[in-house]
Design a protein around this ligand. Structure first.
Ligand code: RIB
Ligand code: CA
Length: 326
């Protein structure tokens, strides 16, 4: 018995086949990159997705929810509860981006999927309440956050004790030693969109004391989505590859070559294989008001966070080709 326990522990540590899988909750905002991040976790043998929360963000809530169900349906994932959050944040994403994100519902690879009788139902309670319910049991979860932090911040407000049941949160957000990607009137451009959408939610989550890996623009800027990668992915016939190529191509066409990055997908990769990013523990504070709102700054009085500052592009691409090729 003692020997069996040792074997299980070593297997879990090395993530060998048969190792205990981590229980994961995903919280996202329905962009193509979010949905492909979900695909990566669905195909990973090392995680079990226990719940998915959706928030309004780079997509509208209903389109994001429907796309989640259709992706899961086509990937053959079943019985994952989906919860909707309704906070729009104080700085909603541009309306045109949100409308464009909804076109993911029209990609051919989703044509045969139906949500008439969804295998992954939308629960009756809202996302913050559902997160509290899920995080109040005896289990510990890892969370992947790829949109604004409104759902998890709402859950922490409802019941701060849930933090005991969160092993770590992998967050796509922030821009620490680089410029932001917000270009809005009255803003100085120093913030990243997920944090800008609701700066107070981002600040609350950073301040919660939960272990956080922050996959900031510093790291995602190192992993542009290239035509060469899309061509390689497009040659793979697996449904996860086809979903990803068809979802990504129109986005790249819109923003231009090498200007679309692995944002949410890099964050999923960091959760699956932490070595794909180089992190440093930095003390971080989120500015919540004024022209820099949403900005993540280093501050000696800030909260220690593991910030991803760099990423290994080749390793990330290979991981994606492997998982999406299944
Ligand atoms: O700033 C990039 C982030 O904004 C990504 O999460 C993308 O999906 C959008 O939500
Ligand atoms: Ca996102």
């Amino acid at each position: 018995m003692k020997r069996l326990c040792v074997v299980v522990l070593i297997a879990a540590f090395l993530r060998l086949p048969g190792a205990a899988a981590a229980d994961v909750i995903i919280d996202h905002d329905g962009d193509a990159d979010d949905l492909i991040a979900i695909s990566l976790l669905v195909r990973s043998p090392t995680v079990r997705i226990r719940a998915i929360a959706v928030c309004p963000g780079n997509s509208y809530l209903d389109a994001a929810t429907r796309a989640t169900q259709l992706f899961l349906e086509r990937l053959g994932a079943r019985d994952i509860p989906i919860a909707q959050g309704h906070s729009e944040g104080t700085n909603p994403f541009p309306a045109q981006w949100r409308t464009d994100a909804g076109h993911i519902l029209d990609i051919p690879a989703l044509a045969s999927a139906s949500t008439a009788q969804p295998s992954n139902p939308v629960v009756a309670v809202d996302a913050p309440h559902y997160l509290v319910k899920t995080l109040s049991g005896g289990q510990v979860y890892t969370i992947l956050e790829t949109g604004p932090l409104t759902n998890i911040a709402g859950a922490l407000r409802l019941d701060p004790s849930i933090r005991q049941h969160i092993a770590r949160i992998y967050v796509m957000g922030g821009a620490v030693r680089t410029g932001g990607n917000v270009q809005q009137k009255g803003h100085d451009g120093s913030a990243e969109w997920n944090f800008f959408n609701q700066p107070q939610a981002a600040a609350d989550v950073i301040l919660s004391g939960i272990p956080i890996t922050l996959v900031a623009l510093d790291a995602t800027n190192r992993t542009p989505l290239t035509q060469a990668f899309l061509d390689r992915l497009g040659k793979q016939t697996a449904i996860a590859s086809q979903l990803a190529v068809q979802a990504w191509r129109p986005q790249v066409a819109q923003v231009g070559n090498d200007k679309y990055y692995f944002w949410d997908t890099l964050t999923a990769a960091a959760l699956l294989e932490p070595g794909v990013v180089r992190t440093e523990r930095l003390k971080i504070r989120v500015i919540t008001k004024g022209a820099s709102q949403g900005r993540t700054v280093e501050d000696p009085r800030g909260t220690p966070v593991d910030v991803a500052l760099d990423a290994g592009r080749g390793r990330v691409e290979n991981l994606f080709l492997t998982l999406l090729g299944k």
